[in-house]
Design a protein around this ligand. Structure first.
Ligand code: PEP
Ligand code: CO
Length: 483
């Protein structure tokens, strides 16, 4: 790409800019980042891209989830394990439901920077910069802590590295070993009939795993561990640019396994088999997958400029303010070769608006010849504030947007490729509803998010059961008895 380089975004207008007083500190931090090793390798990124191509073609499903705003403090054993286990369990349920391999992408190991509706806020009469995420400023409500601090850029790298290190180590040590029994913890489900239904699904999943073991189908790497990819919003371009690396070497210059050709093993894990393509190009190595937020996706803006040069699979959030023409123009800019599955369109309209906007978006994209992954984010269009001023989301709205997305895609001859959720492995009380019956009055019990309200582990698992049920009802393809 002749007119692109990792800093070409600097000549474009930028939204959500971070203004540092300490410009020298920024240069020192960026120089340090440039010399640190990549957090993920091009080989892994290419593997994910191949899997997402299959999602775009309707052959696999992508589950993406994690915190709205990850904090440096979340880099601890308990929280990392809880999130991995939750994503694993949800994916097993979805594999059973959709009868497709599931690609797992966590919002983890770098989901630090947040776009904000207002750059400043007033707390107890004192006006200060808003909290922009742990890699920019501190949450504590005082002007000193809220000042953008460039040393946080390097700290973000090391917290990402430590999180990723434990994620990789625990996966390779058997945290996601499907031979071990999983604790499905369905005790919270208050309705006996619903509980019985979920237990039936769990039994089907565990039976299938037992069957695979009996017939010896579980001897490859697939059942001992699974792949989990990392992702975050690519908001802080100084940081991303410093970790973007040009891959000049031919494929075999990297040690380790060859890039995996996609193999739809029954549990969705990719196995490594030889493949030839490992394209040269610029790889953002802060995570496998980056996305552009709904507030920074201007066609002529800095974020789109940066993203158009990346070899990674990328996401674009789309909401009610996106026109169908603009959507196609955007796809043409970031993916001029119309690579299948290169772009994931993450739609987030809201349960009451999806029917009004998604059909026209699908039609325009179909006409353009682009084949993206269509992913539903049922969180960001459904945020509400309770009368007492607490930000929340209703489980029923989240479910409704997902169901509508499935139905609209099916009616249009398109595929809903996946879902994008804000969730945590902790027992928080931030979203209302679900089988646990959380009400607005119960929100204050364990409301710990630093940004948007997340599904707790039980609500997230329940959502997976329900979405699996939609597939089983034949909403998106024929009923199948496999698994
Ligand atoms: C997010 O995913 O946390 C987010 C800010 O989303 P959006 O860009 O869709 O508002
Ligand atoms: Co959010």
């Amino acid at each position: 790409m002749a007119d692109w380089n990792p800093t070409s975004w600097m000549s474009k207008p930028i939204k959500q800019e971070v203004v540092y007083e300490d410009t020298e500190g920024v240069q020192t931090a960026l120089a340090k980042l440039q010399q640190l090793p990549p957090l993920v390798t091009p080989q892994e990124i290419v593997n994910l891209k191949k899997s997402l191509r299959n999602v775009a073609l309707g052959k696999a499903f992508v589950l993406q989830g994690g915190d709205c705003a990850e904090l440096f403090d979340y880099c601890n054993q308990e929280m990392i394990e809880a999130k991995v286990k939750l994503l694993l369990q949800m994916s097993l349920v979805l594999i059973w439901g959709a009868n497709k391999p599931v690609v797992r992408i966590a919002r983890i190991a770098g989901q630090f920077a947040k776009p904000r509706s207002s750059p400043m806020e007033t707390v107890d009469g004192v006006t200060m910069p808003s909290f922009r995420g742990d890699n920019i400023n501190g949450f504590a409500a005082n002007p000193v802590c809220r000042k953008p601090d460039p040393s946080r850029l390097v700290s973000a790298y090391f917290h990402s590295a430590a999180t990723l290190n434990y994620l990789r180590a625990s996966l390779s040590s058997g945290l996601a070993d499907l031979h071990s029994p999983l604790d499905w913890g369905l005790g919270h489900v208050i309705t006996p009939s619903v509980k019985e239904k979920y237990e039936r699904i769990v039994n089907r999943v565990t039976d299938s795993l037992r069957f695979m073991r009996t017939v010896g189908l579980d001897t490859d790497r697939g059942i001992e561990t699974v792949d989990i990819y990392t992702s975050h919003e690519g908001l802080l371009l100084e940081y991303e640019q410093s970790l973007t690396r040009l891959l000049k070497h031919p494929p075999n210059a990297f040690s380790g396994p060859e890039p995996a050709a996609y193999s739809g093993s029954p549990l969705g894990a990719t196995t490594t088999t030889a493949s030839s393509s490992h394209p040269k190009g610029y790889y953002a190595t802060s995570a496998h997958f980056l996305w552009i937020g709904d507030r920074t996706r201007q066609l002529d803006g800095a974020h789109v400029e940066f993203f158009r040069g990346l070899a990674n699979p990328i996401g674009i959030k789309i909401g009610p303010s996106m026109s169908p023409d603009e959507l196609v123009n955007l796809l043409n800019v970031v993916n001029p070769t119309k690579e299948i599955g290169k772009v994931t369109l993450i739609s987030r309209y809201g349960a009451s608006k999806i029917a009004q906007h998604l059909p026209a978006h699908i039609a325009a994209v179909q006409q353009s010849g682009h084949i993206p992954v269509w992913q539903c984010d049922p969180m960001h269009g459904n945020t509400q504030t309770t009368p007492s001023g607490v930000k929340t989301r209703h489980f029923s709205d989240i479910l409704s947007e997902l169901r509508q997305a499935l139905e609209i895609h099916r009616a249009a001859g398109s595929f809903l490729g996946g879902m994008h959720l804000e969730l945590t492995g902790e027992a928080v009380t931030e979203c209302v509803g679900g089988a646990g019956g959380l009400t607005e009055d119960g929100l204050s019990e364990r409301y710990t998010t630093f940004c948007d309200p997340r599904l707790n582990e039980k609500q997230a698992l329940e959502l997976a059961f329900l979405v699996a049920g939609f597939y089983r009802e034949g909403l998106d393809g024929p009923e199948s008895n496999a698994m």
